[in-house]
Design a protein around this ligand. Structure first.
Ligand SMILES: [Zn+2]
Length: 441
């Protein structure tokens, strides 16, 4: 089902959105500010690429969500990341047009579906699939929660991002995703005259790796760097992503003094001066958010206050087109403490929403709530308006005026959004509300 939806969406997207809006660089904050944001922008990336991008004499790139890299060696090619299943065939044909020699190895920078999607397509009988050792557990974790992730990926992105691991998934995808070669901290090998060093650089996931080619000072960093504040928490759901891991891993890459930085999302950065400036700023932005969160926690501040108050200083403002600082603040806070916030009422298996119908009744009914929501919306406080409508919905889930107001508020928020993940969830909410309205009409 997802594949069909995916294919249709890809065509639709290409038709509806000019590639200029996102350009070659997926999370270009300036481009996103100038146009309407839509989660389908993910799938525009690379849609108008006609030939593989040559990085140097041996490294080539196909652009997408995410990118696929190929290193040509005299003993066979090395593929680094393989994009989504829907993008992999195009990437393969672009890269095969450069060199269609045997595939010696596929290196996966981490086990997310936008990096593993083309493994089955690229893999030949002799091909090694190389990953950091934690990837096996990470793939099983995604598989264990497959039902949940399918729903939440579809809401956030419009497509699924998990990697298949088990027998049933193998039947449908024709591939056993599990890697054949694993390493813990570092793996070095040479093919022909090309030297590869694989380094464990955990960040977004605990299985993340960087491929370092010392000869060219080229670092393939996966999702350790992209052009937005990182998703230290992703709304689709994740185990804690440790801010201090990002910092240590970025330091590890910076210490190599790379001249070519090849992220799996967005464009390469060339020249150590540029790489160092971009990655140091990025690292310091993460450090700032982490340290301010910890300081606030120790001062006894609650998570919502910190989500509101912690803002990047201008010199560290790396943009929030993909990750969002306030989600990361909460991710760091609850990563350290877990869910309990210290309020006695929250120890019990009774949700705050369970008393909303009582409150709505006392206020004189959902009509009054809708009027108040309208006032908040007019005064520019769409989030307060949305919270009121959620209360009214708890009391009267099928009330036409309540649902119509919800639709209006979500649309206002979506039109103001410059963040791809926020937009994904607002679009999901809009679709759900429209369905609810159709059902009661
Ligand atoms: Zn990715």
């Amino acid at each position: 089902m997802i594949n069909i939806k995916n294919g249709t969406r890809l065509l639709l997207v290409t038709a509806l959105w000019g590639a200029n809006l996102v350009g070659a660089d997926g999370y270009n904050p300036e481009a996103i500010k100038s146009g309407r944001v839509d989660p389908s922008m993910h799938l525009q990336q690379g849609s108008n690429q006609l030939e593989a991008q040559k990085i140097n004499s041996v490294i080539y790139k196909a652009t997408g969500f995410g990118n696929t890299f190929m290193v040509v060696t005299s003993e066979g090619n090395v593929i680094i990341d393989t994009s989504l299943p829907s993008m992999a065939p195009k990437h393969k044909s672009l890269l095969n047009a450069v060199d269609d020699g045997p595939v010696h190895s596929i290196i996966i920078t981490h086990g997310h579906g936008d990096h593993t999607g083309g493994v089955g397509l690229w893999r030949e009988p002799q091909t090694k699939v190389i990953a950091q050792t934690n990837m096996v557990e990470f793939l099983h974790y995604q598989q264990r929660l497959k039902g949940l992730f399918m729903q939440r990926n579809s809401a956030q992105f419009g497509f699924d991002l998990t990697s298949p691991t088990d027998a049933s998934a193998n039947e449908s995808s024709g591939v056993n995703m599990l890697p054949t070669t694993l390493f813990d901290q570092q793996l070095d090998f040479t093919l022909g005259k090309e030297k590869f060093q694989l380094l464990h650089t955990p960040a977004e996931t605990y299985d993340a790796l960087t491929v370092w080619m010392p000869e060219y000072k080229a670092a393939f960093v996966g999702d350790l760097y992209y052009r937005s504040f990182p998703n230290i928490y992703t709304l689709r759901g994740t185990k804690p992503r440790w801010a201090l891991d990002y910092i240590a891993s970025i330091d590890r890459v910076l210490a190599l003094k790379p001249e070519i930085l090849l992220p799996s999302h967005g464009e390469p950065i060339l020249g150590n001066k540029n790489i160092s400036a971009a990655m140091t700023r990025y690292r310091n932005a993460i450090q700032y958010v982490h340290d301010e969160t910890v300081r606030g926690m120790n001062a006894g501040k609650d998570v919502y206050s910190l989500m509101r108050d912690i803002k990047l200083p201008e010199m560290l403002n790396v943009g929030e087109a993909y990750g969002w600082v306030s989600w990361s603040v909460r991710g760091i806070y609850e990563g350290y403490t877990g869910w309990f916030d210290g309020a006695p009422a929250n120890m019990y298996a009774q949700s705050p929403q369970s008393i909303y119908p009582d409150l709505v009744g006392l206020s004189g009914g959902s009509g009054k709530i809708v009027n108040l929501a309208q006032q908040h919306l007019e005064q520019g406080d769409a989030v307060k308006a949305l919270l009121l409508v959620e209360a009214a919905m708890a009391a009267e889930p099928n009330n036409h005026a309540v649902l119509t107001m919800r639709l209006q508020i979500l649309s206002v928020l979506r039109n103001a959004s410059a963040n791809l993940n926020e937009t994904g969830w607002l679009t999901h909410g809009i679709n759900q509300t429209q369905q609810n309205l159709e059902q009661i009409d």
